[in-house]
Structures are given as C-alpha cells and as structure tokens.
Design a protein around this ligand. Structure first.
Ligand code: ZN
Length: 197
C-alpha cells in the first residue's frame, strides 16, 4: 500500500517541493478508490485538496468523483487541463480522476503544479480497449515520482487482470466505464477475446 513520503505535512511545515503520483490500471481495478483514499488522508492532515475530472465523464454525478463502490468525493469538472492552472493555485494537493480522457497538455500542467510545490495525484486507465497506452497517461507515468498499478480480477478465469475487455460493439475509444460494456481480463483471456472479435 502506498504511504505518503511526507504524511505529516501541513501548512506550517509545508515542504517546498511537490511531486506527481500516478494510480493506473484497468477498469474495476480500484483506481478511483485509491485516489479517494489518498485524498481523504490529505484532508485529515488538514491540507487544501482540490479534485478535477474531465467534463466528459458524466456517468453518475456532475460534481462528485464517484467510484463503483459509491465512495464519493466532491470534484470540479473541467473542459481543458489548462483550467487546473487557474483553479488549483493555492492547493496543497490536487487530484485528477479519469485522467485518460484529458488532452495531451495534462502532463505539462501536472509538471507545472508539482513545480509550484503541489502534490499531484493522477488516476486513470493505462490502456484503452485495444490494449494500447491511453492518452496522456504514459507521459505522466514517465515524469511521476510514484507510479502505482492497481489490478482487477479476470472475470473469465480469476487471475490478476490488467486489461479492459470491451463487450459492446463499435470502436470509439472514448466509451465510459459501465459494467455491461467492459470486463476486466488477464492477458491470456484478453488475447483470446480479441481474436474472436
Ligand atoms: Zn483470465
């Protein structure tokens, strides 16, 4: 489990350095739960926390980051990663959910915020339905201080799953996560499924 490198940090003892954390994995791997866990701990430490998500993700609620277990936390939907520079100014910790749907400028923005002394925690899908690196996530993994891959369980065979296998028709990459459209699969079951399609 991820332990904050400076868990006792607060406004009085605030260290001048920021950093970037990436939490990534397939659908149903608990990315958002892990993001919320880290953000709640920052809140307990009385740090100023702001959470952003792409305005495109309107699955459940306009202003809450909602994970599949309904563990919710307030968030701000934004249309461009650049908006974070205006809105995150005096934060100690910035969370980004569903980061794979942001524009390619997200890495640049996260680096700027971290350089300002902000702790930036980014959660997102590392691979799309075809198993390819997804949007700005691979770049963020490269520049992050800490990368955590979380895993789901393959619904076909029960092994550890890293892939989001798409059950629905169509090939639009931007399809939002719902239980009926995707399932978590291990490499073997993912490859078998892709051959059949
Ligand atoms: Zn499997």
């Amino acid at each position: 489990m991820f332990i904050e490198p400076q868990s006792g940090r607060n406004k009085d003892t605030r260290n001048s350095t920021g950093w970037i954390e990436v939490v990534c994995g397939s659908m149903f791997s608990g990315k958002t739960e892990e993001l919320i866990r880290r953000l709640n701990r920052a809140k307990i430490a009385k740090l100023k926390v702001e959470i952003f998500k792409p305005a495109i993700d309107t699955r459940y609620d306009e202003v809450d980051v909602v994970s599949h277990n309904e563990n919710a936390i307030r968030s701000t939907p934004i249309h461009s990663s650049q908006d974070m520079l205006l809105l995150a100014g005096n934060c100690d910790v910035v969370g980004v959910d569903e980061a794979q749907f942001f524009d390619e400028g997200l890495k640049e923005v996260c680096v700027k915020l971290a350089n300002q002394g902000i702790r930036v925690i980014v959660a997102g899908l590392d691979m799309d339905f075809a198993g390819n690196p997804f949007g700005p996530i691979p770049d963020l993994m490269a520049v992050a201080e800490f990368v955590t891959k979380v895993h789901a369980i393959c619904v076909q065979c029960g092994e550890v799953a890293s892939y989001s296998f798409r059950l629905a028709e169509g090939d639009k990459t931007v399809m939002l996560g719902e239980t009926e459209s995707y399932e978590a699969r291990c490499r073997k079951c993912f490859v078998e499924g892709m051959k059949k399609n």
